[in-house]
Design a protein around this ligand. Structure first.
Ligand code: IVH
Length: 710
């Protein structure tokens, strides 16, 4: 039937046709996106949408609430919605050598208290170089798809994911009622080449590599484009599950295959580390013929019960690791060795290189690590050097090409004083084992201009004070500018006052104006109110990163409490140190660093001056949702159902504090057989004592069958 031209439609006819089109297009969408069974060609479908759009353009007042044009189409420029992952999407720790892999296995065994010869099965599979995706199935149907995002919240790419043929819209066979399937979206080499060819012809953006192409293709506002890109998917993990279909990694991945997902054929299970490493090399051999990019091999403890016991550190599971492939290499000429002073005062020799392309990136600097490394490589100015770049890390110098050494090249002599104006003596710290560290440090700390400046950059960075309009460049500017002389964190908050009192105004400086000066001061003002964890992180204490700062903030709650504890630790108070030591992921290194930091007069002054400018917010204590949250617990005796590390990790994850000795502050003692003086002390103080079984009952967990001490 010939269609009436849109110009000839009456208002009534238009309204009727819009209603009909809305229903028809919705039907096609459902069959296409949800049932995986379209009944019209793409061209017919596009024609319907065009007709709908044309009628809407002529009769805008007739646009329906359920109009198909409001739901899709590249013209509808709506950002992706957000999806909160029911369980966070984690990242993986990296291993770069066989030794790192052995260390991983040792750590696992130590945590689980497994003997060196006790069986421990570990899987190995390619690490796909794409982007991870979480697919949520309810009642067997795909209900949402989300990118990893920050690990907690990702982008809603459901419509796009439905167009990927590797991703089933319905799970086959038996599937859990709720099941979040996770895996990697990627583009094959062939798909990538075809796409870039097409892009070049049509003047679209050409992608740098298959990974970028996959990410760009998945995150299209018009799902129709995603569909044309031929994205692929491998399932390798899962999130929330009403029932996990298997007891090992191998079993669940097999179940994922039966449900309709592509799973990687190179995944295998090994009982020895040698087996894993051999498989790593076998995969590496096949790398170039796979037809898609991989950047390493992922190892996972096979037994899910063991995975649960191992749990997580920060954002990575203890039960998995990524063994990365070695990086790409090139040779070039080293024309200078420069000594840089880092934020922590460490002196790092940097090789200044003639620019060279390594794996698609131009490299001009490479790290030489330390004096020993320079000596070991016998690298001299003028040498031709071999360099390598691995992932995002700073390029490294691997060695020299001896036959290309120019005549008269002198060995490099490492400076014994800091290149800063203080010319402080360079010191070497002692390592935990008492040996001299290879790291040379300037002792000037905040008095050293290199460290101060770097410290200020950290201070204003995104994870610290995150002051809009105040980045590295502005710090350099204000640091050197005699009218501002921003040399300490407190100086930042004094800037506006000084600006108002001073003769030279920021608004008159080059690069600034009335508005930008005001905006900057307003942005600084806005950060006078600051979360405790950000404040702690921003102090730049060695070993106190973002996660540790969060732990400290949550544990102490207020700045005053944290400060008091830190000062006590600095004064050598054993109890305060033990209390800090009991916190999750905090150990000797952090405590020593906190102690050193607060022992320094100029650091104390710096913190004092800064805090006087601020309104520090109280940290949220962990939600009191577990039966033991907020309690101080002591584990004693020989534990038979869990290792001590596990017990500590478990209690802390539930919001409890674990202490090493029984005192009036103890709320609960969990005693295994053979408990002695601590048990006696507990009964003397009238503190509740329970055994391991009662502990598991209290926290609502099954008593593990395995005996970790066995
Ligand atoms: S497992 C809890 N397996 O690597 C562990 N990840 O660096 C979850 N990746 O974000 C990840 N191939 O995007 C796992 N076979 C594989 C993988 C893989 C690629 C990616 C994934 C993850 C990243 C971590």
């Amino acid at each position: 039937m010939a269609q009436k031209p849109v110009e000839d439609l009456t208002e009534n006819e238009a309204a009727e046709e819009l209603a009909r089109l809305a229903a028809e297009i919705a039907g096609h969408d459902r069959r296409y996106f949800q049932e995986d069974a379209p009944t019209v060609s793409d061209a017919e479908y596009d024609a319907l949408r065009r007709r709908n759009a044309a009628i809407e353009a002529r009769f805008p007042e007739l646009i329906r609430e359920d109009s198909p044009s409001a739901r899709v189409g590249s013209e509808v420029s709506e950002k992706f919605g957000k999806i909160r992952h029911a369980l966070p999407m984690l990242s993986l720790d990296n291993a770069f050598s066989d030794e790192d892999v052995r260390d991983f296995a040792r750590r696992v065994r130590r945590f689980l208290k497994l003997a060196e010869d006790a069986p421990l099965a570990i899987t190995a599979e390619p690490k796909i170089d794409g982007l991870s995706l979480s697919l949520r199935y309810e009642g067997g149907a795909l209900v949402s798809a989300a990118t990893r995002g920050d690990g907690t919240t990702g982008e809603d790419v459901t419509r796009n994911a439905r167009t990927v043929t590797d991703i089933p819209n319905r799970l086959k066979g038996e599937a859990p009622d709720v099941f979040e399937v996770r895996g990697e979206v990627y583009m094959s080499h062939a798909g990538f080449a075809a796409l870039n060819e097409h892009q070049a012809e049509t003047g679209g953006p050409v992608y740098a590599n298959p990974r970028n192409a996959a990410a760009g293709s998945l995150r299209q506002l018009d799902a129709g484009i995603t569909r044309q890109r031929g994205l692929k998917f491998f399932a390798y993990a899962w999130g929330e599950a009403s029932a996990v279909p298997g007891e090992t990694q191998t079993e669940v991945v097999a179940a994922l295959g039966r449900m309709g997902f592509p799973v990687n054929p190179l995944m295998a299970r090994f009982d020895t580390i040698e087996g894993l490493i051999a498989h790593y090399h076998a995969i590496e051999e096949k790398r170039s013929s796979l037809g898609y990019d991989i950047d390493g091999v992922v190892y996972k403890v096979d037994d899910l019960a063991l995975q649960r016991r191992l749990g997580f550190v920060s954002r990575s599971p203890r039960w998995a690791i990524a063994h990365k492939f070695p990086a790409e290499q090139a040779t070039t000429v080293l024309h200078a060795i420069e000594i840089q002073v880092g934020r922590t005062g460490a002196l790092t020799p940097v090789a200044k290189l003639d620019p060279v392309t390594v794996g698609g990136v131009v490299v001009q600097n490479a790290t030489l690590h330390n004096a020993e490394e320079i000596e070991r490589l016998d690298v001299r100015v003028g040498d031709t050097v071999k360099i390598q770049r691995a992932g995002d890390v700073i390029p490294q110098v691997l060695g020299i090409v001896p036959e290309k050494r120019p005549a008269g090249a002198e060995p490099f002599s490492f400076p014994s004083v800091c290149p800063c104006e203080l010319k402080t003596e360079v010191v070497r710290e002692e390592t935990a084992s008492g040996a001299q560290s290879v790291v040379r440090r300037c002792t000037g700390e905040f008095a050293c201009p290199f460290q101060r400046r770097e410290h200020l950059k950290l201070f204003v960075s995104r994870k610290a004070f995150d002051i809009e309009g105040l980045g590295d460049k502005q710090i350099d500017l204000f640091y050197d500018d005699p009218d501002f002389r921003v040399r300490t964190p407190a100086d930042i908050f004094k800037m506006r006052g000084r600006n108002e009192a001073g003769l030279k105004k920021l608004k008159d400086k080059e690069g600034f104006g009335e508005v930008s000066a005001r905006n900057l001061f307003d942005a600084i003002e806005a950060r006078r109110t600051i979360a405790l964890d950000r404040l702690i992180f921003s102090l730049g204490i060695r070993h106190v990163g973002e996660a540790t700062a969060k732990t400290l903030a949550r544990a102490y709650g207020t700045f005053d409490a944290f400060h008091a504890a830190a000062m006590k630790v600095a004064e050598g108070d054993a109890e305060a140190a033990a209390e800090m030591d009991a916190l999750e992921d905090i150990g000797e290194a952090v405590i020593t660093a906190v102690s050193r930091f607060f022992s320094e007069e100029h650091n104390r002054k710096l913190v004092e001056e800064l805090v006087a400018e601020l309104d520090v917010q109280e940290a949220e204590k962990p939600a009191a949702t577990s039966p033991v949250s907020g309690q101080t617990i002591v584990f004693t005796g020989s534990l038979e159902k869990m290792t001590r590390d596990e017990a500590k990790a478990m209690a802390e994850a539930l919001g409890a504090k674990v202490a090493g000795s029984v005192s009036r502050k103890t709320d609960l003692v969990v005693a295994g057989p053979g408990a002695g003086s601590k048990l006696a002390k507990a009964s003397e103080l009238g503190i509740e004592v329970i055994d391991e079984d009662a502990w598991f009952a209290r926290i609502g967990r099954k008593v593990p069958e395995a005996d970790p001490a066995a």
